[in-house]
Each structure stands twice: as structure tokens, then as C-alpha cells.
Ligand binder design. Structure first.
Ligand code: NAD
Length: 299
């Protein structure tokens, strides 16, 4: 397939690009490099520096690429920042996303995989969080992604765009060289919050499987298990052999003690199976990457 991958210079999009190319697809990456890095884009991909604010730019790029499908990863994705600057989140994640949808309509591209987030749910009533859980976001970030999911449903009936949205949680970012912020006093055995962690490769794989979905749908992604912040720190210390300092902070308002997602639907319907099952395997692979690129993709 010819894939138009928006936000492909970012964290998840760049890994997805690489996997798609390995599987023989053609990939055109469209990114404004506001957050992503040119060096993160696989040289086998075509790179188009462009911005979702520019409707004409997207339309020209889409029609030049003769794409079969769009994968949409471009967004601002920090909960904390969204509380400080909601407007930035509503503009980029909703309005600019609309420009992309309209360009798809204009160029006849009818399939989209949208990278969403479990932040659309807010504090859960029960665990694990499945697709039937009520959506009650508690941040402008979650609200903006939920709004775009809803817009997609209307484009489905109005313009026959078939869309699949994959929802996941914010992952493990900096490892080893930085401190972790340990958040105390949660209702968990060791007092720190529990989250489930997915390897980036498994995440990218889920998005690629979604490309082949025959019907529109929404899929939660998780491992069904979970690890506390202290468990993550202990595993990082073990794997990196480093001391790793911690800073204790008070519990963040609105931050649930446990967030674990169910992946039963995507497993049953699309056959997704995570390759990296244990926390240690995930950290080990992240540590290898950080040793290779200690400053990330910064020049
Ligand atoms: N990383 C996570 O843990 C996580 C968790 C849940 C959901 N998500 C979702 O996954 C997607 C990708 O996240 P990520 O972590 O790779 O983020 P990222 O910031 O690394 O990547 C986003 C990319 O989009 C580009 N971009 C942003 N606005 C743009 C615009 N207006 N025009 C063109 N390009 C633009 C950025 O330059 C960047 O390269 C996001 O939609 C995010 O909401 C990520």
C-alpha cells in the first residue's frame, strides 16, 4: 500500500514508518518537525516538510503521493501542557486534523488510522479499561482527541471514510540518565501509581494491523497487566546498572492510582499479539536505544 503518514518524524510515527517499509509498503511522511526530527525518518521514506495548518499543502502532497491510506500521528500530546494551553491542543488536534480529513475527501483517500489516547477516558470506574468504558476526559488533551474521534464517526457516514482509532497511554520516556519522579501515596501496594507499558514496536504493529481492518472501529491497547513506578525504577536500575535518583512529588490531582487497558478486542478482531511481554524486555530494548542515541535524534 501507499501510506501517507502524518507525524512520521515523531516517536511512534517514525517506528511505524520503519516497520511499514520493512513490510514492503511505500511511505510518504508529512511532518512540520515541530516536535519530530528529520533524522528519525527512515531514508527509504519520502519526506515532505509540511504543516497541517496548510490545507493546500496537504491536498497537493496527498494527491502527488496517490496514497491508499492515511495514518495520523500528528498531534500535541502532553496532558500537563494542555492544562496550561488548551487552545494549542484544540487547534492542532482538532482544527488541523479537520484540514487533513477535508484533504482526504478532496483527493478521494478513504481510509485513516488515527492514533488516539486512553486519556479520552479519564478516571476509570473499573479495570481493565475496555472500549465500552465511558469517555470522560479530564484534560484538554484527552478532550481534543475524543472530539476528533467523534468527528471521524461523522466523516464515516458523510464521506464514507473508514477509520480505525488506536487508543493508548503515555509511555515510558526517559530512562537511566534522568531521574524518575516518584509519585507517592496512591492506593497501591507500594504507594506509587500503576500503569501498563507497551513496547513501541508492538504499538506500531497494532497501528499497521489497523490498516487492514475491514470495518471502522476503536481499539484500546495495553498489556492487561501493570507495573508501579517503583517496579519500573527497580527494573531500570537492574538493567542499566545505574543508581538512578528519584524525586518524590505529591500526587497529581486527577491522576488515577491504576490505569490498565484491555486489548481483548484488538487481539480477537485483528490478531494483535505483543512481542515484548515483560517490563524488563521493554526497558532492556529502550536502554539499548538510549545507549546508541544518548541525546535522542537531536543534532
Ligand atoms: N507517546 C505516547 O505515549 C502516546 C500515548 C497516547 C497517545 N499518543 C498519540 O500518538 C500520536 C503520536 O505521539 P508521539 O508520542 O509519537 O508524538 P510526537 O510528538 O513524537 O510526534 C508527533 C509528530 O507530529 C508532528 N506534528 C505535530 N503537529 C503537526 C502539524 N500541525 N503538522 C505537521 N506535523 C505535525 C510533530 O512534529 C511530530 O513529529 C499522537 O497523536 C498522540 O496523541 C502517544
Amino acid at each position: 500500500m501507499k501510506i501517507f503518514l502524518v507525524g512520521g518524524a515523531g516517536y511512534i510515527g517514525s517506528v511505524c514508518t520503519e516497520q511499514l517499509l520493512d513490510e514492503g509498503h511505500e511511505v510518504a511522511v508529512f511532518d512540520n518537525l515541530s516536535e519530530g526530527h528529520r533524522r528519525a525518518v527512515d531514508p527509504r521514506a519520502r519526506f515532505i516538510e509540511g504543516d497541517l495548518t496548510q490545507h493546500d499543502q496537504i491536498e497537493t502532497a496527498l494527491s502527488n503521493c496517490r496514497s491508499d491510506a492515511v495514518m495520523h500521528f500528528a498531534a500535541n500530546a502532553l496532558v500537563g501542557e494542555s492544562m496550561q494551553n488548551p487552545s494549542k491542543y484544540f487547534r492542532n488536534n482538532i482544527s488541523n486534523g479537520l484540514n487533513l480529513l477535508d484533504a482526504m475527501v478532496a483527493t478521494g483517500v478513504r481510509r485513516m488510522v488515527f492514533s488516539s489516547t486512553c486519556a479520552i477516558f479519564g478516571p476509570p470506574d473499573r479495570l481493565p479499561i475496555d472500549e465500552t468504558a465511558p469517555a470522560r476526559p479530564i484534560s484538554p488533551y484527552g478532550e481534543s482527541k475524543l472530539a476528533f474521534e467523534k468527528i471521524l464517526r461523522w466523516y464515516r457516514s458523510w464521506r464514507f471514510i473508514r477509520e480505525v482509532a488506536a487508543r493508548k497511554r503515555t509511555g515510558l520516556w526517559k530512562i537511566g540518565s534522568r531521574c524518575f519522579q516518584e509519585k507517592a501515596v496512591y492506593e497501591t501496594p507500594d504507594g506509587t501509581c500503576i500503569r501498563d507499558y507497551i513496547h513501541i514496536v508492538d504499538l506500531a504493529r497494532a497501528h499497521i494491523l489497523a490498516l487492514g481492518a475491514v470495518v471502522s472501529g476503536f481499539y484500546n491497547l495495553g498489556t492487561g497487566g501493570g507495573s508501579s513506578v517503583w517496579e519500573v525504577i527497580a527494573a531500570c536500575r537492574k538493567i542499566t546498572g545505574r543508581k538512578i535518583d528519584t524525586i518524590e512529588k505529591l500526587r497529581r490531582p486527577g491522576d488515577p492510582a491504576r490505569l490498565i487497558a484491555s486489548s481483548e478486542k484488538i487481539k480477537n478482531e485483528l490478531g494483535w499479539r505483543p512481542q515484548f511481554q515483560s517490563l524488563e524486555a521493554i526497558i532492556e530494548s529502550a536502554w539499548k536505544w538510549h545507549q546508541k542515541f544518548p541525546d535522542g535524534y537531536e543534532d
